[in-house]
Design a protein around this ligand. Structure first.
Ligand SMILES: NC(=O)c1ccc[n+]([C@@H]2O[C@H](COP(=O)([O-])OP(=O)(O)OC[C@H]3O[C@@H](n4cnc5c(N)ncnc54)[C@H](O)[C@@H]3O)[C@@H](O)[C@H]2O)c1
Length: 313
């Protein structure tokens, strides 16, 4: 029997891209999952608390005593939105996290797993990013995730809670039809016969990790009792040009590209050292080609104009 069988877990943002996949995996392992999200979970058999987590009353309703874990995924996830609204991003990504941590402490929830990002480290040139690097975020998104990581720390050291910040790379996989990151843009372009813009010459390196590997990392972190940050990626960086080539191979579409000037703050390289996660038992299972193949079906139906990506789950 799975060690998660009967575990009671609250997943904030559980109706989102990573959340839906995590909820499915936890339920398959026999966990009792409650989702709190501003959108209802698409599966009506999942117990959803629906509302805005910035409302303290909603948080108090969601964080019940008897929970074994909180996986906190809900956030302002768009870097662009964070740049437009740094104060609102602080409210959601820092103040809400602080409120949830306090409720977890008061209600004796023993585990808090937080979705962070490798953007907390900022530009480190082409150095391999590990958990020990200083935090120098470049955007309000990265800064608020770094701040939330700092808030987590004493809940482990003072209050004895497991408090782990999983620093995800660029996550892709099925169910990202509502996202505006580069992989769904490529897929949309392939489906609609349009193209994509690439910032700079496309040689910048990025780590793309499959959503099912991210889910695996959350379960590994839970099982290990790890405290503090954990870098989670595929461990294999690829250039943006490689990504476009893989998307062309997987979709069979031409996907023309237009190179536009790089944005300020664009990182030349994101190369991740995932050895700490590996030591805990994490092993990514998808390479880029096999992973991208799982994304395409959500978008392929757009061709016939029947709703396609918008309705992808
Ligand atoms: N997707 C990635 O590439 C990636 C990379 C690094 C880190 N992360 C982090 O992982 C987490 C999940 O990301 P995702 O890609 O699944 O995002 P997503 O946008 O698909 O899901 C986020 C969910 O949070 C919910 N939410 C947002 N604000 C809320 C509020 N005020 N009240 C209630 N619910 C609210 C949304 O409705 C949504 O369902 C986020 O914390 C994100 O910062 C994601």
């Amino acid at each position: 029997m799975s060690e998660f069988a009967g575990a009671r877990v609250l997943v904030t943002g559980g109706a989102g891209f990573i959340g839906r996949r995590l909820v499915t995996a936890l339920r398959e392992q026999g966990a009792e999952v409650v989702v709190v999200d501003q959108k209802p979970h698409p599966d009506p058999s999942v117990h959803s608390v629906v509302g805005d987590l910035r409302d303290p009353a909603l948080r108090a309703e969601a964080v019940t005593s008897g929970l074994d874990a909180i996986v906190h995924l809900a956030a302002v996830t768009s870097v662009l939105r964070s740049v437009e609204d740094p104060a609102g991003t602080y409210e959601m990504n820092v103040a809400v996290t602080s409120g949830l941590l306090e409720l977890a402490r008061e209600r004796e929830v023993p585990r808090f797993l937080f979705a962070s990002t490798n953007a907390v480290t900022g530009d480190v040139g082409d150095a391999r990013i590990n958990e020990r690097m200083p935090l120098r975020p470049l955007t309000p998104y990265g800064a608020t995730k770094a701040a939330a990581e700092m808030l987590l720390s004493p809940y482990a050291s003072v209050y004895g809670m497991q408090a782990c910040a999983l620093r995800f790379a660029n996550v892709y996989g099925p169910g990202m039809g509502h996202k505006d990151s580069f992989v769904p843009r490529l897929m949309r372009a392939a489906a609609l016969g349009t193209g994509v813009q690439i910032y700079g010459d496309g040689t910048q390196l990025r780590d793309y990790v499959h959503v099912d590997d991210v889910v695996q990392a959350v379960l590994v972190a839970w099982r290990s009792g790890h405290n503090g940050p954990l870098v989670v990626g595929s461990g294999e960086s690829v250039s943006v040009n490689d990504l476009v080539k893989t998307a062309r191979d997987v979709t069979g579409a031409e996907i023309p590209v237009e190179h536009v000037p790089a944005k300020q703050g664009e990182m030349p390289a994101v190369v991740l050292d995932i050895s700490a996660a590996r030591e805990l038992g994490y092993e990514p299972r998808f390479d880029l080609a096999s992973g991208m193949t799982t994304v395409w079906p959500d978008f392929a139906s757009m061709k016939s104009g029947n709703g396609g990506a918008g309705s992808a789950i």
